[in-house]
Design a protein around this ligand. Structure first.
Ligand code: THU
Length: 144
């Protein structure tokens, strides 16, 4: 589902552009920036960080979640992912959809943005990750 009247994410877009420029992605050449708005309205942004041992690379969304947690944020109310849209609509990978699910309500907006285009499409986390499993499933479970 595309949300019909998205909030203006200009501040998220600007933050994502700034960090995307600093992406460390020498192997794929695919620079990504992610920006998250937390429950206090603060923006946390970061880029993808690749590694010569390829599986150790980290997506921009994962980096941004780490930045948010380090700054004391605990909830994501809105997110934006930015990349070059020439090869397709930028969109969080499957693993990052689940990472976002930990901190974000399923009805919260995710803006999918291209470097040249700006926001191309706005969806909800639930659109990207239907019937998802999340932290509330474990609320009544005692640690092993
Ligand atoms: N990438 C992200 O940062 N976020 C995504 O959701 C999709 C993929 C990065 C990982 C890797 O550095 C590069 O894009 C190519 O997969």
């Amino acid at each position: 589902m595309t949300v019909s009247e998205p909030a203006d994410p200009a501040d998220l877009l600007a933050a994502a552009h700034a960090v995307r420029e600093r992406s460390y992605s020498p192997y794929s050449g695919y620079k990504v920036g992610a920006a998250l708005r937390d429950e206090a309205g603060r923006i946390h942004a970061a880029a993808n960080v690749e590694n010569a041992a390829y599986p150790q690379g980290q997506c921009a969304e994962a980096s941004a979640i780490g930045v948010m947690i380090a700054a004391g944020g605990r909830r994501i109310v809105e997110a934006l992912v930015l990349a070059d849209a020439a090869t397709g609509l930028p969109s969080p990978c499957g693993g990052c959809r689940q990472r976002l699910r930990e901190f974000m309500p399923v009805d919260a907006r995710i803006h999918l943005a291209g470097v040249a285009e700006g926001v191309i499409r706005t969806v909800t986390l639930g659109d990207l990750l239907p019937l998802s499993f999340g932290p509330e499933y474990l609320e009544r479970t005692s640690p092993a």
